[in-house]
Design a protein around this ligand. Structure first.
Ligand code: 5GP
Ligand code: MG
Ligand code: MG
Length: 190
């Protein structure tokens, strides 16, 4: 048995190729899990994933963490179906857990401009947690417009549109077990 991980894939009529293979993803996520284990020893952090994109990353990351931990989700939408951000963030689901006094670890699939992450940071800080940190699978370093302190970054990537491993293109491609990038460089320009 193995997960869905073709070399190339057509998604909404566009061709994508592998950027980060499954093994590399898992190795790095395991390292970050071990780092969280060390940093939060004796505490019981709550991992909060940002839906939809972060659901697979959170599921894997959590299984590399061996200290007691909890989880919850926020749901945001900002991209619509386009490849560039609409610049608008809407909250569609709040967390159920009481975050006051908790060690919160916010979990994103990708931080691009940082708009979504700073929006959530503000909401969480109002709930008076003991601490707040971000862990993201991917970070587009050039695009970061908002001042954000991201403690755990699995991979820094160029400003290219990627999909797979929870990340979608017009809702397709989330079921791929690796990160893919568009094969035609001209199509990156939007
Ligand atoms: P930001 O608010 O940081 O600009 O964008 C964050 C959100 O935009 C991510 O959570 C993700 O949903 C979406 N996003 C940003 N870049 C990409 C990308 O390259 N591919 C996909 N599929 N989504 C992206
Ligand atoms: Mg996301
Ligand atoms: Mg999306």
């Amino acid at each position: 048995m193995s997960f869905h991980k073709p070399e190339e894939v057509l998604c909404n009529g566009e061709r994508f190729k592998v950027m980060i293979p499954e093994q590399e993803l898992q190795k790095r996520i395991a390292e970050i899990g071990a780092q969280i284990d060390r940093d939060y020893e004796g505490k019981k952090p709550i991992l909060i994933g940002v839906l939809n994109g972060a659901f697979i990353f959170l599921a894997d990351l959590m299984r590399y963490i061996t200290i007691p931990c909890e989880m919850d989700f926020y749901k945001l939408s900002s991209y619509g179906d386009a490849k560039v951000s609409s610049g608008l963030v809407q909250q569609r689901k709040d967390v159920d857990a009481n975050l006051t006094g908790r060690h919160v670890i916010l979990v994103e699939d990708i931080i691009d401009t940082g708009l979504s992450a700073s929006y959530i940071t503000n909401i969480v800080e109002q709930k008076k947690p003991a601490s707040v940190e971000w862990v993201t699978l991917l970070k587009k370093s050039e695009a970061l417009k908002y001042h954000l302190d991201i403690k755990y970054v699995c991979f820094e990537i160029p400003t290219l549109f990627v999909l797979g491993y929870g990340l979608d293109y017009a809702q397709e491609g989330r079921n791929l077990a690796q990160i893919y990038v568009i094969d035609d460089e001209e199509k990156q320009e939007k």
